[in-house]
Each structure stands twice: as C-alpha cells, then as structure tokens.
Ligand binder design. Structure first.
Ligand SMILES: *Cc1c(COP(=O)(O)O)cnc(C)c1O
Length: 402
C-alpha cells in the first residue's frame, strides 16, 4: 500500500470502537462523530521536508485520508498567512498577537478546507453526490468543490443565511433550497431526502469523518509557520466546533509524531452571546450543551444551537486548560471594524468575535499580555458586506472637496 495517506481506520469519538475507513461512513453506531486514525509511525516525512512542498494543505497528505493523489480535488486551499498584528496587539495589551487569516482561501471562508478533503475522499470512495444543511459558508464551499470533482451537490440553508452564499451555490450548479427555519430544520429535510438518492452521501457537520481532517490542517500550519512551535493560546470562533476539535486533534497528532513538544496551547472557544451553548456548558461544568431558546447573531457561521460534537469541543477546551467566552454582536462588530482600521484587513464577524474575546480575556487577566496568541479569522469580510454601513457624501460632477 502506498503511504501517500497513512489512514488506518475510523474510531468512534464516544466509545472508541473501530470502523472501516474504506467504505462510506456517517456517524458511529453510537450516533457520535467518527474520527480518522492514522499509522503515524509509518509517516516518513520530516518537518524539514514538508517545508519544500507546494503551499497548500495537501503538504500534510500523510496525515490526510485521501489514498491516491489522483483523487485530490483542489482549488489551491491552505497555507494562509499567519499575520503579526502589531497595532491591534498594542491596543489590546497583547503584543504577541497574531491572526491566521482564512479570508484568503477559495470561497472566502475556511470551510474550503473541510470541503476539499471531504469531497476528495467522498469521490475516492465512489460517492456521486453530497447533500447538506448549512448556515451558508459550508454550502458554498461544498458546492464549489463538488463542481470541481464532478459530483452533485444538494444544499439547504435558512432563508436568513447570507445572500452571497446562495449565489455561490447557484453559480457552482448546486441544487439549492432555502428553508423557512434554522439549520436544524434544513438538516431534517436533507436527512429525509438523501436515502432516496442512490450513491449520495449526507455530509452534515460531523456526520461524515473527513471534514474535520481538512480543518485540522489549520493546526498543522500554525505550528509549521511558527517554526514547529505551538503558540500559548489559540482562539477559535465556535459554531459546530469542527475547527477547534480539529486543531486539538492536529496538535495531538503532531505530538505523537514527535514534531511538537511541551504543553498544548490553551484552546479558547469563542461564541456570540445570542447563541452561546458551549460557553454556558463550560461555565456550568457540564460535558454537553443545551440549545438556547432563541439563537441569533450577525455572526451567522457560529449560529449553531446544538452541535453534535459539543462534548468534543468541551474536551478540547478543558484538556488544554483553555476557556470559553461569549461576546455581544456589538462587541464583535466593533472589533471587526477596529481591526480593519488598525491593520487593513477586513475580517468576518466570527473573526471579530475572537478579536473582541482577546480584549475581554486581557481585561479579566486570563491573558497577562506575555503570551503568544493566535486568533483564527475564519473568513473574509467581503462575504459580509452588510456589516459595514457606508454613509459618505456624493459629490456633483463638478463638486469640490473642502
Ligand atoms: C462555519 C463557520 C464557523 C464555525 O465553524 P465550526 O468549525 O463549525 O465551529 C466560524 N466562522 C465562519 C466564517 C464559518 O463559516
């Protein structure tokens, strides 16, 4: 067998049972997400050799599930910049502040990572179409990568999801439905439709094993970009929680590979106060979350009232000595605007939530200002045009500026 991938099996995240990785799988029999496991002792590449590979997420292919390089479906995703934020860091009292800017990936949000790996592996296993509910960005990404792979895509999203993401689905030729409800309602409709379609797979958040593998490359990249060293703290805008679970998984894999030593970075789950089930569960000392009654926030990507992997998010936070923080929409929008003025980078409101959380954690003393802190900006501000109001004068043709 080739070692392009060292994938060995799938493991139930709840009871540890083992499952075949070479057939199409959803959740485990226990109803929990399946995690991909690798024969890491067969990984022959060294960090130094990885440095010479092309600048995309496939540079970590030994730790990704696609077995045959011919099945890789790519639009150039990964190796996004890890930016210093000197002005913002000084303003917030955290000089060691950096931002991993996922606004630069195809489709404008980090969902492209999960879609690239998830779609590639689905195609490799013979899937003909992928179907999913979405709050917008994931649907746009999966529709785009499905088109690239020549697969069908069935997407259902709330009518309130950002309009641009509808257009991204439509332009990529996906079959799109708008649902007069929340993502959970869209999910029920999709789950009912998929079994009636031969060869189609439901690829809802954490209901297939490989989206998490794509997202974990954010963790590999942060560590590689810091010279194979982990930061002290990573803040992540948490909806379904795939990214934070995935970064935690990547960090543990790198430790097992001997590529990373010492304490893992403290992982911080950031949510919007209008939808903060993980924060509530963290504060209550509970291992599972309870859906809030009226979930709402402008940070649409993190409007997830009840995540299938909530227990894994809480474990990632607690295992690393991290925390969970909620910020208001007002705070996260102010942080989005402030960062653009400070550093010239227009982040998404979810990224804004993390920037606002840095300020809060510094004020509370949880951050003492000496730490290396990495904030995940999960998307571009360009896909959230309505978060910036433009109130400027219009001049006559022969007008004059004072
Ligand atoms: C989906 C999304 C998130 C949340 O991602 P999870 O990994 O599912 O928690 C954050 N930000 C943006 C922009 C998103 O689209």
């Amino acid at each position: 067998m080739s070692d392009y991938s060292t994938l060995s099996h799938l493991e139930c995240s709840r009871d540890g049972s083992t499952h075949d990785a070479d057939r199409v799988q959803g959740v485990s029999p226990a109803g929990a997400p399946l995690l991909a496991r690798y024969d890491l002792d067969r990984v022959a590449v060294t960090p130094k050799e990885i440095a010479g590979r092309p600048p995309d997420l496939w540079r970590y292919h030994e730790m990704l599930p696609v077995r045959d390089p011919a099945h890789v479906v790519t639009l150039g995703e990964g190796m996004t910049p890890l930016l210093d934020l000197p002005r913002a860091g000084a303003r917030l009292g955290v000089p060691g502040l950096r931002m991993k800017d996922e606004g630069l990936v195809p489709t404008g949000a980090f969902k492209a990572r999960g879609a690239a790996v998830g779609v590639s592996r689905a195609a490799e296993l013979g899937v003909r179409g992928v179907a999913m509910p979405t709050n917008g960005n994931a649907g746009a990404a999966w529709a785009s990568y499905a088109a690239r792979a020549g697969l069908g895509a069935l997407i259902a999203m709330p009518v309130d999801a950002p309009e641009i993401t509808r257009r991204e689905c439509v332009v990529a030729g996906a079959e799109l439905y708008l649902v007069d409800g929340l993502i959970g309602d869209a999910g029920k409709i999709v789950a009912e439709a998929v079994p009636r379609r031969q060869g189609w797979q439901e690829t809802s958040t954490l209901k297939e094993p490989y989206r998490i593998e794509g997202k974990k490359t954010m963790g590999y990249e942060i560590v590689e970009q810091l010279g194979w060293r982990a930061p002290d703290v990573i803040l992540y805008p948490t909806g379904g929680g795939v990214g934070i679970i995935a970064i935690h998984k990547a960090l543990k894999e790198m430790r097992e590979l001997g590529w990373l030593s010492g304490d893992l970075p403290r992982l911080v789950a950031v949510q919007a106060s209008g939808c903060a089930p993980i924060v509530d569960a963290f504060e209550a000392g509970s291992s599972e979350s309870v859906a809030p009654p009226d979930p709402h926030t402008v940070a649409f990507g993190i409007t997830v009232p009840k995540a299938l992997g909530d227990f894994l998010v809480l474990d990632a936070v607690r295992d690393t000595g991290g925390t969970a923080v909620a910020v208001t929409d007002e705070e996260l929008l102010a942080a989005e605007h402030a960062l653009a003025r400070d550093e010239g980078t227009w982040i998404c409101p979810e990224g804004g939530a993390c920037m606002a959380a840095v300020g809060k954690l510094r004020e509370s003393g949880w951050l003492d200002g000496s730490e290396d802190v990495v904030v995940l900006n999960t998307g571009s501000g360009l896909i959230y045009p309505d978060t910036v109001a433009v109130d400027v004068p219009t001049l006559a043709k022969d007008g004059r500026i004072a």
